[in-house]
Design a protein around this ligand. Structure first.
Ligand SMILES: *Cc1c(COP(=O)(O)O)cnc(C)c1O
Length: 228
């Protein structure tokens, strides 16, 4: 087995163990393949992985089209997880299966308007600035309820839940605090909107995220190795 396949099977096993440990249903794994070559994606695809996350839209679309023209991997679910500018919404709407970083109505409206009619509705998550960092994207927690109400009205979007990138913290307890706040926010709105996705947890805070009920882990480094 190549090293990436080994890491993949070890990681999925590790996630299973953590979900058992915290009595959580199995969390899904989103493979964050930004900056990584097609060969890595193909290796994981062969090993059974079907969801991939990218931060740069151009890169995501190039990878998607390469794999499609190679005649393989047409059942990959592509997730956009980077900051989304309004001049890129069309590219996202036409190519992605999910956009996890919706944090304002203008972007959501454009995505809904630009989602092609022959495609299923675009899955979206609202990104929350849970640590209240000034420079970070995401909607402040206090504005989440209003934004959810507005996005739920948009016909070509399917609102699935919430996403966050908390400020880096050391140690399990410190990491769990913002993630717990996310879970509470998620639980407040889950029934109203029929949520099924709480996207949180990366290579460095996976255990904390599982402990707090993440349903979708976004893992890059622990799977593909360090990025340049
Ligand atoms: C890069 C990135 C990840 C993956 O981070 P790792 O630390 O490499 O696991 C997850 N989520 C987002 C939004 C990212 O940009």
């Amino acid at each position: 087995m190549s090293s990436i396949e080994t890491r993949y099977s070890e990681l999925t096993e590790h996630i299973r163990e953590l979900c058992d440990k915290y009595n959580r249903p199995p969390a899904q794994l989103l493979a964050v393949s930004k900056t990584k070559p097609l060969a890595d994606i193909q290796a994981l695809y062969s090993a059974g992985q079907r969801s991939f996350g990218e931060n740069y839209l151009q890169e995501a679309v190039e990878k998607k089209n390469h794999l499609l023209s190679a005649g393989s991997a047409d059942d990959i679910q592509w997730h956009f997880i980077g900051p989304l500018q309004s001049n890129k919404t069309k590219l996202a709407a036409e190519n992605m299966c999910w956009v996890q970083t919706v944090d304002r109505l203008k972007i959501a409206r454009r995505l809904s308007e630009q989602r092609p009619g022959q495609m299923p509705p675009l899955n979206v998550l609202v990104q929350v600035n849970i640590s209240g960092e000034e420079s970070k994207s995401g909607v402040p927690s206090a504005e989440v309820p209003a934004l959810l109400g507005q996005i739920a009205e948009l016909p070509r979007l399917r609102l699935r839940g919430l996403m966050a990138i908390p400020a880096p913290a050391e140690g399990l307890e410190a990491q769990r605090q913002p993630l717990r706040a996310m879970r509470l926010l998620y639980e407040q709105h889950a029934q109203t909107y029929d949520f099924d996705t709480l996207s949180m947890g990366m290579s460095s805070d996976m255990e904390a995220a599982i402990a707090e009920g993440s349903t979708k882990l976004r893992v890059g480094t622990a799977l593909f190795g360090e990025r340049k």
